[in-house]
Design a protein around this ligand. Structure first.
Ligand code: FE2
Length: 172
């Protein structure tokens, strides 16, 4: 039996997985790599959204606490869809903590804040980065079905960004 080595650089298609998909194999590897990169950022983003959901304090707590859970649920929905697209392309979805740590471009989230406005500003920067990266991948890949999935995830990210930014007071 062939061994499959998993490293952070090895995004892998696997000969062990049978597929009839006729997408060119080089194109598949390229798409799998991009999707695993986006998957890592979405997992990072979902964890930071929960971090804020748990720790915020201040005016309008309950509205923002619930809003952040709505964003979390949207993000994990697309984590799942994107991870399953990787596997449909004969790849291995990389969702472990070490894969996320190695692939994400997001900065460490500060754990020493609790003010709602500070959390919202930190989150908005990260949602904007992931949304921008998601859009770049749509333009880079040559597979309309995957692109269609990423247009949906882009829409969800932009909706969350709008919800978060709408609660940021410009002068605070
Ligand atoms: Fe909760």
């Amino acid at each position: 039996m062939q061994n499959i080595e998993l490293t952070d650089k090895n995004f892998l298609t696997s000969d062990l997985i049978y597929t009839c998909s006729d997408i060119d194999s080089n194109n598949k590897i390229y798409i799998i790599d991009k999707l695993n990169y986006l998957l890592a950022e979405l997992i990072d983003l979902s964890l930071t959204t929960k971090q804020a959901h748990w720790n915020i304090r201040g005016a309008n707590f309950i509205g923002i606490h619930k809003m952040l859970d709505n964003c979390f649920n949207l993000i994990i929905k697309y984590q799942d869809i994107i991870a399953e697209r990787v596997v449909q392309l004969n790849g291995i979805a990389l969702g472990t903590i070490d894969s996320v740590y190695n692939k994400t471009s997001l900065k460490h989230y500060p754990c020493n804040i609790n003010n709602i406005q500070n959390h919202l500003k930190e989150l908005s920067r990260r949602y904007n980065i992931v949304s921008t990266n998601n859009r770049k991948i749509i333009n880079d890949i040559k597979d309309v079905v995957t692109a269609d999935i990423l247009i949906d995830s882009s829409r969800a990210l932009d909706q969350c960004l709008w919800l978060i930014e709408s609660n940021i007071e410009k002068n605070l």
